[in-house]
Design a binder for this molecule. Structure first.
Ligand code: ZN
Length: 221
């Protein structure tokens, strides 16, 4: 803990103080660029990997970057999504998974969750991921299987996201875009899912940001 307290002193003296006026203006309100949903894993830091500032990302973190579908009991994720869209006018939502995700290990090897009933229950929201991995990736094992699970889980959670009324409405009106990202811990790279190719491809300065879903097609009347 001592390291953390020393860090607070360092922040106040070397980060906050030189930009005091800028930080003070943050008290007036926030207008974040995106809602960023990612894992609680200590090795992924949304502001660091996107080189963004306080006030620029509205963040949800939990084990496995999971979005419980709307019909499940109201929880923190549901309220945060609703607030992001209703009060903050968020126009982009990113679901960002990562390599070496412990939640994916738990999903694929439930025997490791002995004595953790809450984790087991929580990972039930990723049951579709487990089933996809079981049926589709029979030839993979080890870290390759874990990475495939993390990627498929991003897509499953994007589908869960669409069950939320505010998300569905935003997609239908064309005011909201969804993005599926993957962070590779060992290289620092971020990959975006491109629905045109069905692949996660590196996001670079020059590439346009792929959009998972822009607008739902209106049903034929
Ligand atoms: Zn994780």
């Amino acid at each position: 803990m001592q390291k953390l307290v020393e860090g607070i002193h360092h922040f106040q003296a070397n980060v906050f103080r030189p930009r005091r006026e800028w930080y003070e203006r943050l008290a007036e309100g926030q207008r974040p660029l995106a809602l960023f949903i990612t894992c609680s894993d200590s090795r992924i830091n949304p502001n660091l990997i996107t080189h963004s500032e306080p006030g620029e990302l509205f963040i949800v973190r939990n084990a496995g970057n999971i979005v419980p579908p709307n019909q499940s009991a109201a929880g923190g994720e549901q309220a945060t999504i609703e607030f992001a869209l209703g009060a903050l006018g968020i126009t982009d939502i990113i679901v960002c998974g990562h390599t070496h995700c412990g939640a994916m290990t738990g999903l694929l090897m439930p025997e490791k969750l002995e004595g953790m009933p809450a984790v087991r229950h929580w990972l039930g929201h990723a049951e579709s991921t487990r089933r996809i991995i079981k049926d589709k990736y029979t030839e993979l094992s080890g870290t390759a299987l874990q990475s495939a699970a993390a990627q498929e889980n991003v897509l499953v959670q994007l589908e869960n996201l669409r069950t939320h009324p505010a998300v569905a409405a935003g997609l239908s009106m064309g005011t909201l875009k969804l993005h599926g990202w993957m962070y590779k811990i060992e290289t620092g790279e971020v990959f975006g899912f491109d629905p045109e190719t069905g692949q996660f491809t590196p996001l670079t300065e020059t590439s346009s940001v792929p959009i998972h879903v822009t607008r739902l097609t209106a049903p034929a009347i």
